[in-house]
Design a protein around this ligand. Structure first.
Ligand SMILES: [Zn+2]
Length: 426
């Protein structure tokens, strides 16, 4: 027998890029884990279905974080007066080398997942470290939490600090072991192939990871064109490749299976076309991009050229795990891009930005990030009743207030894949 239930409240979501669907005091009908319908008035045949009435609360899709580094959680807020490469060398690499210690890993990762939950993120794509056992632990902890995640063991065998430098064959074998063990083990938590970025991988490793992606049909995540120094390193090493993106493409790591590339700030027009043709998702990381003086990604241009985009916190280049704050930064950075582009790249509207934070990134996980029929039911219930509006506010305006307040404490319930998910007991 199917499990049918209903929740009631002020519903707001996006179906298409640029427009909100809103129903005040409406119903979402859920069958098993999926949305069956959204109604202003419940059809008669469903009148006997149990309704949870969230009264005047907003109900929105869960937030999707397309890119973050779990082991960098202890470093949030540190060293953000540096650019990418010195920041990596001073803060990130020393911290990441600690995760061969499983007790330390457990301490950090348990707290991290609770924080991700706290801010209303329901699905995320996560870099672990090179260490196989602590990566397994992270996958297991995510599964226990009820959150959805792709988790990747990082691969590094080239031009990296000695305590993070892998033997190439070990790196490949450990990755394959993780894929075999976790590819089908959990419904909401899956492994993902995670070369750190081209500068820290040998050509043999990149090619082998591409082969594994295809062999096991698993997705890929990495970094692309974050910083000009990084781009020059790649260009110097691959003089015969036309650009940075094509290095990944030559190794079957760019859209041969589902792929996320983080940052994508300094892309050439040829690279934008390549990303679009290959259906690559760009993880837009506005906080990190400004903190590490990397640049302002041309999100409007990417979208106009058919590139898929989602939002990401990118801790700890980003200084917050809150996608609520990242949504506000996305708006602010798009305003700056408008000025920087001499008023060519129009700023994002709230509806456009919210699409990126929900359905834009959610589509990487399947039918996620909307309340359309057949979508996995991921939702946040936001109680903004303590706000005292001086004037009537539309649902869109209430969402704007929530985003710019950054107040995660207003989230009073979280649903993931049809289930209420309470604070993880890790
Ligand atoms: Zn990153």
């Amino acid at each position: 027998m199917s499990n049918l239930y209903c929740i009631k409240g002020d519903i707001l979501y996006t179906k298409d890029f640029g427009s909100f669907e809103t129903i005040e005091s409406g119903y979402i009908l859920i069958e098993d884990s999926k949305v069956k319908g959204v109604y202003k008035n419940l059809p008669e045949k469903f009148l006997k279905v149990k309704v949870t009435d969230y009264k005047n609360s907003l109900i929105i899709p869960g937030l999707v974080d397309l890119h973050l580094h779990a082991p960098q959680f202890p470093n949030i807020g540190l060293g953000l007066d540096k650019e990418l490469i010195p920041w990596l060398e001073t803060y990130t690499f020393p911290e990441e080398s600690k995760y061969d210690d499983i007790e330390y890993s457990k301490k950090v990762y348990s707290k991290l997942i609770k924080e991700i939950w706290k801010y209303g993120t329901t699905r995320c794509c996560v870099f672990a470290t090179i260490h196989k056992e602590s990566c397994k632990l992270l996958i297991e902890l995510f599964n226990t939490s009820g959150l959805g995640a792709y988790v990747g063991k990082v691969n590094m065998d080239y031009d990296s600090p000695i305590n993070l430098l892998e033997d190439t064959d070990n790196s490949i074998n450990d990755t394959e072991e993780l894929l075999k063990e976790y590819r089908d083990k959990f419904p909401l938590v899956k492994p993902i192939i995670t070369p750190r970025f081209v500068p820290s991988c040998s050509d043999k490793l990149l090619k082998s990871l591409g082969e594994l992606a295809i062999k096991y049909n698993v997705p890929v995540q990495s970094h692309l064109s974050e910083n000009r120094g990084e781009i020059k390193m790649v260009a110097d090493r691959y003089p015969n490749e036309p650009n940075y993106a094509s290095v990944y493409n030559s190794s079957n790591l760019l859209g041969q299976t589902k792929t996320i590339m983080a940052h994508c700030i300094h892309l050439s027009d040829e690279e934008i076309t390549l990303l679009s043709n290959k259906n690559v998702y760009v993880a837009h990381c506005p906080t990190s991009n400004v903190n590490l003086s990397s640049g302002i990604a041309a999100i409007r241009k990417l979208i106009n050229n058919g590139v898929k985009v989602g939002l990401a916190t990118d801790i700890s280049g980003g200084h917050t795990l809150s996608l609520i704050e990242v949504m506000a930064y996305t708006m602010q950075m798009s305003n700056l891009k408008w000025i920087e582009s001499n008023y060519q790249d129009a700023p994002l509207t709230t509806a456009e930005m919210f699409y990126l934070a929900t359905k834009g990134g959610g589509n990487f996980f399947g039918s996620v990030g909307s309340f359309e029929e057949g979508y996995d039911f991921d939702a946040l219930v936001i109680d903004d009743s303590k706000e005292e509006p001086f004037n009537y506010l539309s649902l869109e305006e209430r969402l704007q207030k929530f985003i710019y307040s950054g107040d995660y404490k207003k989230i009073k319930a979280r649903y993931i894949n049809g289930n209420i998910v309470n604070e993880p007991n890790l």
